[in-house]
Structure formats: structure tokens, C-alpha cells
Design a protein around this ligand. Structure first.
Ligand code: DP6
Length: 390
């Protein structure tokens, strides 16, 4: 009997053009392309512990993946990483029975898929029957309302792949040197939760169809127009669990009369967004992101049975920020002419993300704190995606 223990961390990401509506529900193929900013410190850290039950074999492409496995979700933060530097910020992930089922199914899926994926990278898969344990923790408060399925599934996929590798050093070398391995695992992770495929790279990631990959908007070749390093200030309006999960929302938006034409509109906006990011035009990025977030929430508000994630505070904050994005209008905060506009967006939830150049984050933090003193603000900067913790 031998024990393999692996740990991976994956950050959350925030979409400016949204994945909302699927063209294939079974494998989480999106109705339209999406584009997001990967964060750095708001992340999930997952430990996979694998006990090989004797009779283990190595498998490459011919791996059967049929060995009988038992998979358990352990609802506690783990000692391995909790003993390290991030211990004081860690919150164990709490899951419902359905969510535990989804996570354990994904580990089985990932374990079977690695036998297919690895040979192309010169890696071998450990294919013996095993007992698996999963432990997971977030660096953001459990009740913060921050979407954690992207970071959770990305971290679980990577930790499982590490535990499947017959030679962990060879896996680590391939991970460090070959972006195609990141993409292959992102495709696999997408099948667990769509938005998780955008957490394998960073900072800017485009997901179209089956694949997600980084786009470079900060190359020196882009000259003065390049995108600055960004910070995300998340105003936490409410932290209660969502009444409608994002997986349900993907289905329900298709009952809205506004759904007709939505994938095409989102694709058109995505093209404009990429152009604006390429030119570093923050004012255009800010307006496109605003329109996109409002359109996604309009789909919720006009579904056959309408629903909303907005709370009174959400609207108060959006009204306060509007003059920065659309300067002709008035609001509770005073926008100065020529000020860099924030990028304001929301996921399927009530909390408002305010993205600004990292150098402007202190001034924005103060502005938001004094305008909206009732709510907590989380803060992060852009990051580069999932990684193994060695
Ligand atoms: C509103 O990735 O959580 O955050 O594929 O069903 O797991 P599943 O959905 P999920 O959807 C995220 C939707 C969103 C927008 C986005 O991140 O693009």
C-alpha cells in the first residue's frame, strides 16, 4: 500500500463577457465565448490523498481507468497546507450533499481522463485501484458570496492529475514547461464546472467552445495602449447562499424572451471588448462590461419565472458608480472629468466587482469605503492561474 498526497491551488476569475447559457449541458459547452480576469489570492487550495490498494499498475494510453475506486469528501481544512503561511486566512469549504456528489464524480472523471491525456505529454498514469480523500479550503470567507466553483474545480482537477501521475517530478516539469498541458486540464475541468477552465491561465483569458487560453494585453509591443495590472475590489452586499445556483441560471435564462439573439450579441460585444483591451481603452472596456453585466441580469429578470440576485444594496452601489462609467449622469459619488473609469461587473450574485488599475486601488478603496460604509470590501489583484503546491 502506498500513499500519494498532492496539493493544488487555483484562483477565482471574474468575467467581463459572461458565460451564461450552454449549448451542451453535459459537457458545459457555452452558448457564447467569454472573457475574464484571473485573480491571484482569492483562491481554493485542494488536497487529494490517494491510497493505492495494492495490485497497482501503470497505464499510458492503454490505461483502462476501470479499477474500482472509493472517493470521499472530507469536510475539513487540511493540515498539510493549514500548517503553512496561508493558515490564518483559510476557510474549510462547506458543501451540500449534491455538491459533494458533483465533486466526487469529477474526481472519477479526472482520474479516467488522465489516462487519455498524459501520453501526449510523455507522462504515465498510475492506474491502481485506490481510496481517495479530498479536502479543500478557500482563502476567502465561506460566507462571502464569492463564486467558488471556478477555483474549486480548477484546484481539484489539477490536484487529481498530480495524484494520477506515476512520476510527480515529470508531471511538475511538464506543467511548468508546456501550456498545452494547462489547456488539456482546463478542458477537463470545464466538464466539472464551466467557468473553472478560465482559472488555469492568466491574467486575461478567453474561453471559446471547448478551449480557454490566455490573451496578452500587456505586451510592450502594444506601447502606451497596453493594459495596466488590475486590482479587483469586491463589495460584499450579501453573503447568504444563492437561491438560484449558477447551474440553474444557465437553464432558466433560455426561457427569457431576451434570450433570442443573446449569444450573437455576446459574441459581438466580446469582439469589441478584445479590441478595447488590446488598445488599453479603459473607458470602452468599462462601458462594455457594464452593458454585459446588466444584460446578463436582465435575462434573469425576464426569465419565464423571473428571479433576481440583486439586493437593495446592489442597486445603491450600481447607482453610485454609474457616473464614473457614464459621466453625463449623476450619482452618489462625484466623478471628476478625465478620471480613469472603473470596470464594474457582477457574477450571478448580489456583490459588485470594481476593477481598477492596481496603482489606483488605494484611492478607490477609500472612495468605496466612505461611499458604502455598510459593506465589507475584499481586495485582490490579477494572477496567472492554477499551480501545484510543492
Ligand atoms: C455568472 O461555471 O458556475 O459566473 O458550468 O454550471 O458550473 P457551471 O456554471 P458556472 O457559471 C458561471 C457563470 C457566471 C459568469 C461567468 O463566470 O462567466
Amino acid at each position: 500500500m502506498s500513499v500519494v498526497q498532492t496539493v493544488a491551488r487555483a484562483p477565482s476569475n471574474i468575467a467581463l463577457i459572461k458565460y451564461m447559457g450552454k449549448s451542451d449541458r453535459d459537457s458545459n459547452l457555452p452558448a457564447n465565448g467569454s472573457l475574464s480576469l484571473t485573480l491571484r489570492d482569492l483562491c481554493t487550495i485542494t488536497e487529494v490523498r490517494r491510497v493505492l490498494r495494492g495490485g497497482s499498475g501503470m497505464a499510458g494510453a492503454a490505461g483502462t481507468g476501470t479499477a474500482v475506486d472509493e472517493v470521499r469528501w472530507i469536510p475539513e481544512a487540511f493540515r498539510h497546507v493549514a500548517a503553512g503561511s496561508v493558515a490564518d486566512q483559510m476557510e474549510p469549504v462547506v458543501l451540500s450533499a449534491d455538491a459533494i456528489d458533483r465533486v466526487t464524480r469529477h474526481l472519477r472523471r479526472a482520474r479516467a481522463a488522465c489516462a487519455e491525456i498524459f501520453p501526449a505529454f510523455g507522462l504515465r498514469c498510475h492506474d491502481g485501484a485506490s481510496y481517495w480523500e479530498i479536502r479543500s479550503a478557500n482563502t476567502f470567507p465561506a460566507a462571502s458570496g464569492i463564486a467558488s466553483s471556478a477555483s474549486s474545480f480548477a484546484a481539484l482537477t489539477l490536484a487529481t492529475a498530480q495524484a494520477c501521475a506515476a512520476d510527480p517530478e515529470a508531471f511538475a516539469r511538464a506543467w511548468d514547461s508546456d501550456r498545452e498541458l494547462h489547456r488539456a486540464l482546463a478542458r477537463l475541468s470545464r466538464q466539472g464546472s464551466g467557468s473553472s477552465c478560465r482559472s488555469f491561465e492568466g491574467p486575461w483569458v478567453l474561453w471559446r467552445g471547448t478551449d480557454a487560453a490566455a490573451l496578452d494585453f500587456s505586451s510592450p509591443d502594444l506601447g502606451a495602449g497596453r493594459m495596466p495590472e488590475m486590482a479587483d475590489l469586491v463589495i460584499l452586499v450579501e453573503s447568504a447562499p444563492k437561491a438560484v445556483s449558477s447551474s440553474q441560471a444557465h437553464q432558466r435564462v433560455q426561457t427569457s424572451p431576451l434570450w433570442a439573439g443573446r449569444p450573437e450579441r455576446a459574441e459581438g460585444r466580446l469582439e469589441k471588448m478584445i479590441e478595447a483591451l488590446r488598445r488599453g481603452e479603459l473607458a470602452a472596456v468599462s462601458r462594455l462590461a457594464w452593458q454585459e453585466a446588466w444584460e446578463m441580469h436582465s435575462l434573469f429578470h425576464t426569465a419565464e419565472e423571473p428571479f433576481t440576485y440583486w439586493r437593495p444594496g446592489t442597486l445603491e452601489i450600481l447607482n453610485g458608480l454609474r457616473p464614473f462609467v457614464w459621466p453625463a449622469e449623476s450619482g452618489t459619488l462625484s466623478a471628476q472629468p478625465g478620471q480613469v473609469p472603473p470596470i464594474v461587473t457582477l457574477d450571478a450574485g448580489p456583490n459588485v466587482h470594481v476593477l481598477v488599475p492596481a496603482t489606483r486601488a488605494p484611492e478607490w478603496r477609500e472612495r468605496l469605503r466612505s461611499a458604502f460604509p455598510a459593506w465589507r470590501i475584499l481586495e485582490d489583484v490579477q494572477g496567472l492561474g492554477a499551480e501545484g503546491v510543492r
